[in-house]
Design a protein around this ligand. Sequence first.
Ligand SMILES: [Fe+2]
Length: 476
Amino acid sequence: MSNAATTASNATRSAAIDGRGGFRSQEHETPLTQLRVEGSVPEWLRGSLLRTGPAKWEIGDQHMRHWFDGLAMLHSFSIEDGSVSYVSRFLGSRAYRAAKERGEIAYSEFATDPCRSLFSRVASLFSPKISDNANVNLMRLGERFVAMTETPLPVEFDSETLETVGVAYEAPGILTTAHPHLDRATGGALNYAAKLGPRNSYRFFLVRPDSSKPEVIASLPVRRPAYMHSFGLTERWLVLVEFPYVVNPPSLALSGRPYIENYRWKPELGTRFTLVDRATGEATGPFQTDPFFAFHHVNSYEDGDGVVVDICVYPDAELVEDLYMERLRAGKPIPNAELRRFRVSPGSGEIEHERLIDAIELPRINYGRCSERPYRYVWGNATGESGWIEQIVKADLDERTRSPWSEPGSFPGEPVFAAAPDANDEDDGVLLSVVFEAHREASYLLVLDARSLDELARAAVPTHIPYGFHGQFARS
Ligand SMILES: [Fe+2]
């Protein structure tokens, strides 16, 4: 083969594996569309994979700076009798409506701050313009469906039409997580919010299924709040893990910098584990261990007299920098997380840890069966040769092994586990993942056997779905 032919062949190959097209803005909503299914979707799988995610980073001649900033779009894959339909719609948040009306970015996002005068910045101390751009995750809360980001304004939407209903409730703080836990006793959602002011505190709260009034169940004073994207839950404890990525609260209002750029990596603080009794609200700890950073807790449970806390861990918070759009669109690789198990002894305050599995992120478990309990399997994503996410991974924590699914030119998102009815085994079910297919510049829904990672079916979407974070399967 001539050099020219070799070069052409390499160019074709690199084009085939280049998944950067998944970071293009999606300007258009897709009306309800029946998708062609290749393979066979299990008959028992009935319901909707609902997802939210950033979709639009360019507004007028401005642009959002970070992956986490894009205006939220809702996606629904409805599955019934082996057939699959798809619909998408922008979340009608006030951030979206204002951007559309004015043709410019109107609200501050994670790493994007519309140009504001000092006067308006100081004014916003007293009535902050909080974004409700709920592009990170969603949950079912009783009969309601709620999209969330890390601001205190989750947004309810209609799960069939994807129409926006409005703010579902207001979290009791200024910063919260998009990873609430199910409170099995009430069917409500447990979460935490950081209240900032003259005195800062972390406040854990419960929202009951039919309520719009969060109930604060524990409050912990804190001097320099940490950035936390999720937390752990056992039958007895709320598990707060504070990474040394912290903010001096006044700087949030006065620095003139976007929200996350006020946080500083302070490894000398170490990482602090605090256990909060769910029944009494009393805190045990904090217990300090080595510095590390994470977005995602995987699962937690009590084991003898210790508390097991599994987390996807990075050595520091550099990953936050890696997820700016300029870097992602330039194809800069991102690191993989390590799944690390911490064992906390509430009596002595000792924390031991061990590496369970290399390279897994966007972790999902058989949540209904295993949350708060010992478990064996985690499904997630890992990067490939391109440095971007190319694999779906199944981790067996008993055997300490991992097995991958991948296909050249396919870039999968978070694999959502849906259990088979009357399943005996923890991994009896399917995985649902939205995959960006580079050569088509469009996405497909992939259905894998969760046990073997064998492909059961795929359903091609006529357009691309920008890379997102989280979704849930809602049974019908
Ligand atoms: Fe997340």
